[in-house]
Write a protein of this length. Structure first.
Length: 306
């Protein structure tokens, strides 16, 4: 009996347990291993082809060219440094893109994802944007997740295959959405981790080890969700009352962090940047408002004076 979905080449990936993977950095290698562990017929290609040897030894088919990698399967997963790498790889093989589903798990901006979706559509292929939320060690676990966006029907048809890698968090049809959510959480991740490194540097200069600082560091980060939950409805209502905290108090507090950093002989550029933002908020007249009014300062897109 003919299966309606299976007759559509764009929807075959899930049922056929066949997939092509292009890009074998640490992340791509982890993905390749996950597919092999689940019994998938895996085709791999990488610019530095020798990186495919490990997976080939475990049963993957090592394509000798991008064209061969594309032509072997309908579903093609990309795990590359950026979207520019995607164009370097796919442009010379563009004639083989017709009818393919390209699930792009490379990091880049929402704009780049939208442009890629248009470019691929022009070559008869469908783009599904992805943003992986875990390091390679988290691949193969449903406790990990990946943001996805793009045509819902195509995403749903390939969902089971994608769940070999992580669980899925589909954000909508608009191709930029997965990249946007990915970058929003990376925004928080990078700045939070650097603030932790900054505090560690100050602690170390005071003879405190990372181990001794661990419970304090964990305590403050574990408290952040309560702050986020408290301020969320106020931010959405564009209300920034100073009933709980005042920006003027925030300025005094960040000045204390800045001077503690200087006293320790540590680079103070991080608290200086926060202080500069807070002071701009004061100049804008938000001194009696909450420090959430900094959002309004940031939205003005002025360049911070360094
Ligand atoms: N690693 C992580 O912890 C992590 C976590 C979440 C998300 N991600 C995202 O997952 C993606 C892959 O991560 P990764 O750690 O495997 O990255 P990576 O080490 O940068 O590997 C990137 C892959 O891209 C290829 N590549 C880069 N520039 C290229 C070009 N101009 N032409 C052709 N191929 C090119 C590399 O080929 P060669 O081998 O030939 O250099 C390699 O296969 C990235 O977008 C990353 O942001 C990574």
């Amino acid at each position: 009996m003919t299966d309606q979905k299976n007759s559509n080449p764009n929807l075959e990936g899930q049922k056929s347990k066949k997939v092509t993977l292009i890009g074998l950095g640490p992340m791509g290698l982890a993905m390749g291993n996950a597919f092999l562990n689940k019994g998938y017929e895996l085709t791999v290609w990488n610019r530095t082809l020798s990186k495919a040897d490990e997976l080939a030894a475990k049963g993957a088919f090592k394509a000798s060219s991008v064209t061969e990698a594309l032509e072997t399967n309908e579903l093609v997963i990309l795990s590359l440094t950026s979207y520019d790498a995607m164009y370097s790889i796919l442009e010379p093989a563009a004639a083989s893109l017709q009818g393919k589903v390209i699930v792009n798990l490379s990091s880049d901006t929402p704009h780049k994802a939208r442009e890629a979706a248009k470019w691929l559509a022009g070559h008869g292929a469908i783009h599904i944007t992805g943003g992986v939320q875990v390091p390679p060690s988290g691949i193969g676990s449903l406790e990990s997740f990946t943001f996805y966006s793009g045509p819902r029907e195509v995403f749903e048809a390939n969902k089971k295959t994608l769940e070999v890698l992580t669980s899925t968090d589909y954000r909508g049809e608009e191709p930029g959405l997965a990249a946007l959510y990915y970058q929003l959480q990376m925004d928080i991740f990078w700045t939070s981790m650097v603030s932790y490194f900054h505090a560690i540097a100050v602690a170390k200069k005071n003879g405190i080890t990372a181990e001794e600082f661990l419970s304090t560091a964990s305590g403050i980060t574990a408290a952040l969700p309560q702050f986020i939950q408290f301020y969320t409805p106020r931010i959405d209502a564009d209300e920034h009352p100073g009933d709980v905290d005042k920006l003027s108090m925030g300025v005094a507090s960040v000045e204390h962090v800045f001077h503690t950093t200087e006293e320790a002989g540590v680079d103070a550029s991080l608290p200086a940047a926060v202080l500069e933002l807070f002071k701009r908020g004061m100049q804008e007249g938000y001194h009696n408002n909450s420090f959430t009014s900094i959002i309004k300062v940031l939205e003005k897109q002025e360049t911070a004076s360094l």
